[in-house]
Design a protein around this ligand. Structure first.
Ligand code: IMO
Ligand code: MG
Length: 433
């Protein structure tokens, strides 16, 4: 894969998030002019390294560290100004100027304090087993309000003080009645919100524009766009493991709606998967390992959430679920992250099929109760038992590691273009073309 030859490209997670999309985006971003977020919000989390400092970012695209890149928060993103300005300030302290290189869609919807409150209240009120295990960033309530329309606040509303005030008064009145009746919650302090968000609006104003128009003009000028997916395909609201999903179209399917760029503009869709599986929050995960092996993956892979710090559930690579995502998004190539994490094992397993009540399933089911009951059919491969950290290139990978990757390719029916043997920039091995 020669990244200088790529046209407009989408990078998307193939599992339940945290696949290491940031490492692929970081590798590609030097060759692109604009980096675009199209779905999700501050529920996403990626770490970037600035000098000696490691920083967790949720909203600002990771490409912000490349000085020539213009970053775009598209219309499909849940924009949380509080988180955004915290990140902008943290980056400014490290000498990274964000405000001159970030554009925010006037059509994006604004996460308000009552969305985060509702996320917490609603999760707390659910019984064990039905809780979604959300990140408590207000994502579900925000997108629900977008869909109801009457309760929505878009960025352009925020920038028009009279409109914002009027909408806020009406919405908060409705929220107070609902939260009071359902959860016995205290009334929301509207004056405090008005004051804070009026200040946010003035700080946002220079960054706000019609980002779809900006993207179209940029394409006409020959600039290249890189779309940065958040979450993963299996957390997609329509195509994931509903209801244990996020509230936006986080698969490749969401790119066009969330950015205003027509699907046919994309030439490349890169899927990112870990060499194993992780999931944070509740919901089915057929290959989950609740034993020492799962713990060993978690320890070596440092599988703890960037957004919530929760330990992630870990298990073997799920060839059925991942192949489903590859087909759904029409991947042109795949990046496999964290191969080094499996180096510790004498044997590694790959899930090559599902079985329910003794019968093989020939598809990835939409029924999560069924998915909870499936037994993964595991195929055992000999481990390579070799530290991969200093592998200088694809050709230096041990034969058994290459055989493992070859099996993933055949299951996914898609070529693997790169593999990461550690989190550092020089640990991403790109396959010679
Ligand atoms: P990145 O971009 C992993 C999960 C939550 C929960 C479910 C719903 O880092 O890959 P939400 O707060 O979105 O309503 O939570 O989705 N989730 C993620 N898991 N990585 C993410 O993002 C996630 N964003 C949401 O844990 O199970
Ligand atoms: Mg993450």
């Amino acid at each position: 894969m020669d990244i200088r030859q790529l046209g407009h490209t989408l990078v998307v997670g193939l599992q339940w998030g945290d696949e290491g999309k940031g490492q692929i985006v970081d590798h590609l971003s030097g060759a692109f002019d604009l980096i675009v977020r199209y779905a999700g919000g501050a529920n996403a989390g990626h770490s970037v390294v600035v000098g000696e400092t490691k920083l967790g970012l949720h909203l600002v695209p990771s490409g912000i560290l490349r000085e020539h890149v213009l970053c775009v928060i598209g219309n499909g993103v849940a924009l949380d100004p509080e988180v955004l300005f915290e990140e902008i300030d943290a980056l400014a302290k490290l000498g990274v100027d964000v405000e001159s290189r970030l554009k925010v869609s006037d059509r994006a919807h604004v996460v308000m304090p009552y969305h985060k409150l509702e996320d917490r209240l609603s999760e707390a009120a659910l019984s064990e087993g039905t809780k979604l295990g959300t990140t408590a960033r207000g994502i579900g309530p925000l997108y629900a309000d977008k869909a109801t329309r009457t309760n929505a606040i878009r960025v352009h509303h925020l920038l028009t003080p009279d409109v914002f005030r009027q909408r806020l008064v009406e919405i908060v009145d409705r929220k107070n009645r609902i939260f009071g009746a359902l959860y016995g919650a205290d009334p929301i302090d509207i004056d405090a919100i008005l004051e804070r968000f009026t200040a946010y609006a003035e700080r946002l104003r220079p960054m706000v524009c019609d980002t779809a128009d900006l993207l179209h003009r940029s394409m006409e000028q020959g600039k290249r766009l890189l779309f940065e997916g958040a979450q993963g395909s299996l957390l997609d609201l329509d195509h994931g493991t509903f209801p244990f999903v996020t509230s936006s179209n986080s698969s490749a399917c969401g790119m066009s709606a969330g950015s205003g760029v027509p699907p046919r503009k994309l030439t490349t869709v890169l899927g990112v998967a870990k060499a194993y599986t992780s999931r944070v929050g509740t919901g089915p995960m057929p290959t989950e390992l609740k034993d020492g092996v799962g713990q060993a993956i978690r320890d070596v892979g440092k599988e703890y959430g960037t957004t919530t710090g929760r330990p992630r559930r870990c298990g073997w690579f799920d060839g059925v679920a991942t192949a489903y995502s590859v087909r759904l998004g029409g991947m042109t190539a795949i990046g496999i992250i964290g191969l080094n994490v499996l180096s510790q094992f004498d044997e590694v397993n790959i899930c090559v099929g599902y079985e329910v009540d003794g019968r093989a399933l020939d598809h990835f089911p939409c029924d999560v109760d069924l998915l909870d009951r499936v037994r993964p059919i595991l195929e055992t491969h000999e481990g390579w038992k070799q530290d991969l950290a200093r592998c200088g290139g694809w050709d230096e990978l041990p034969a058994k590691a290459r055989a493992y990757l070859g099996r993933l390719e055949s299951l996914l029916n898609c070529p693997i273009a790169a593999v990461a043997v550690g989190p550092e920039r020089d640990q991403l091995l790109v396959r010679p073309s």
